[in-house]
Ligand binder design. Sequence first.
Ligand SMILES: [Zn+2]
Length: 249
Amino acid sequence: MTTADPTPAYPTDEARWAAIERRDRAADGAFFCGVRTTGVYCRPSCSGRPLRKNVAFYDTREAARAAGLRPCLRCRPDEPIETLSYGFGETPLGLALAATSETGLALLIMGWDRAEMREDLAARFPRARLVEDDAAAGPALAALVAAIDSGRPGDLTLPLALDERGTDLQRAVWKALRDIPAGTTASYAQVARAIGRPSAVRAVAQACGANPVAVLTPCHRVVRSDGGLSGYRWGVERKQALLAREAAA
Ligand SMILES: [Zn+2]
């Protein structure tokens, strides 16, 4: 991945304007658009809605600044633009999406609808350039399928580096989840004790809900103190199915 990406996918003003109209997150970094009336320059995916006649295109931030424009406060075009590659795959428990950065697996989620899953991805990484690339997502999706198939999700050695984005507490929780043996469950209170924060049960529950790596970080093994399943971000039926597979394995 190069930093000065001369992406040839937007070679003409027409292609660039089309990218702006669809707020194409893959276009971020490929060029910048200046808005004469407001005096700012933006990423192509900015949520602002300028009129075509007021827009000019620049290959670089420097060119936009040289034209007297200042960076938009909404889309912050001067912040480094990170690229995430993502792709979809089918698993025994339905549709999944994996997104990887240069560091590792940044997101692995399940879902029902590709558009909704893309929205979840975009919301979690609001400043990233998102490029659909099923090949790049392949290893993570294969690991997910293998984990589900084995009935021992999470017992497999993680086949790829994780690039988890979270607070210290969240990361401690996600690590503690990976220590819950397959075939067993833990309560939120037990996880809170495991990370040395026994009173942080509510924050632990929130961290479980924010788990960015489905199944491989087995948040499905956390249940209510009374044994009730509690919720599951990707559908309680999937949680039930995962626990049943582990109990039978
Ligand atoms: Zn903007």
